[in-house]
Unconditional design. Structure first.
Length: 389
């Protein structure tokens, strides 16, 4: 929990950005809240809204809505559906429409790359923006479904970690997968993927994803590779490690791994941190460590041949605004990427979020350039290995 002194400083930063001229004393009187009550608030957005911050900042450096992002018509988004898409609607799209006048038409086609690629090839894509994570951007590029975003519209200067930027995407949030363990089954804390692999000291079934991206990274970390030396992945070491653990592990989809952890049928493994925290809220006896966390990030990409290309670029620009990213944090629990949003967060918050100066030194950041060249081959090899189990 933030101290009153620390929170006072953060509140002053908020007032400067979203309500210049409003003193802290006037703010507290107007909001009807004490400093202590605000410091214990779980919602950053509640504080921003109390500051009068209903409008979104104009750029990653400023605090007023820019007329350059206003427009008419629509932009069509290809997402993943489900709870995530509902969160995007709440945190991003509804506000984008309110602030710019541009309507967002939402589809759940983001995972159907062959469908999007076929439409692009035929010259008739129905989408303007697609989910564009770092690890699958190479697949999107290979399929020809992306075009470069307009740097005259999309301001990436506020993004702290420049690994989150390339010509086809600029990440608007980061998130992490961390190793978890069941504290009832394993009373000694685990601190590395080598510990996860140590079934003698820490007995029990493990759970990993049936996808190559994180599982291969975890394997080489378990084999002793340093977090800053993971890429390019040494496939010989990765599969040697996987062969050592396979008899004590299951490799399943993320939802299945989550359910197995909830039912306490596995004692350690890999989960998105948001899912581990959900298990904790449900009183499942699990814990996690930031050591050797795996950090990924997501961007929006402009579809090649998009019919509403200017609106697509405006939506990308909007995703990089600090208040947009703070809403994403509030709704989806993903970490902002721009400095003006990160600066508002307390030290305690930053210590428990992906991609911050507190957690990055012991984390692996997934390498977009590596996956552009190797994702497809790695995945094919990994799926073939799974068939041998």
């Amino acid at each position: 929990m933030a101290t009153d002194h620390e929170f006072s400083e953060k509140l002053d930063q908020l007032l400067i950005r979203w309500s210049p001229g409003l003193s802290r004393r006037d703010f507290l009187r107007r909001s009807g809240l004490s400093l202590g009550a605000l410091a214990t608030s779980s919602s950053i957005l509640a504080i921003i809204q109390a500051c009068g911050g209903s409008a979104s900042p104009a750029s990653s450096q400023s605090g007023s809505t820019s007329s350059s992002l206003k427009g008419t018509g629509q932009v069509v988004y290809a997402g993943y559906g489900g709870i995530y898409q509902q969160g995007m609607q709440s945190a991003v799209f509804n506000h984008f429409t309110s602030d710019t006048g541009i309507i967002v038409q939402v589809t759940a086609d983001g995972g159907n790359i062959p469908k999007i690629a076929a439409a692009v090839k035929a010259g008739a894509p129905q989408w303007d923006v697609v989910e564009n994570p770092v690890v699958t951007r190479g697949v999107n590029l290979a399929q020809g479904i992306l075009q470069k975003y307009n740097k005259n519209i999309v301001d990436t200067s506020g993004i702290v970690d420049k690994r989150f930027i390339d010509d086809y995407g600029a990440s608007f949030y980061s998130y992490a997968a961390t190793l978890f363990w069941n504290t009832k089954a394993l009373t000694t804390p685990l601190n590395s993927w080598a510990d996860v692999w140590n079934t003698t000291k820490f007995p029990g079934k493990r759970g990993f994803q049936n996808s190559s991206v994180r599982t291969l990274v975890e394997a080489v970390l378990a084999d002793g590779v340093a977090v800053d030396k993971v890429f390019p992945i040494d496939m010989t070491r990765a599969y040697a490690a996987l062969n050592r653990i396979k008899s004590n592990a299951v490799f399943q989809a993320l939802n299945t791994i989550t359910n197995l952890a909830a039912q306490q049928d596995i004692v350690a493994g890999d989960l998105n941190l948001a899912r581990t925290k959900t298990l904790l809220q449900s009183k499942v006896p699990v814990a996690y460590t930031w050591n050797q966390a795996i950090v990924d990030s997501d961007a929006l990409g402009v579809v090649a041949g998009a019919q509403n290309v200017d609106n697509a670029n405006k939506l990308l620009a909007y995703s990089l605004l600090p208040q947009t990213q703070l809403r994403v944090l509030d709704v989806l629990a993903y970490t902002p990427t721009v400095k003006t949003a990160l600066d508002i967060l307390t030290v305690d918050q930053l210590k428990d979020l992906a991609g911050t100066t507190y957690t990055l030194p012991t984390s692996v950041v997934l390498d977009g350039a590596y996956f552009t060249n190797h994702y497809t081959a790695n995945e094919q090899m990994f799926q073939s290995w799974l068939l041998t189990l």
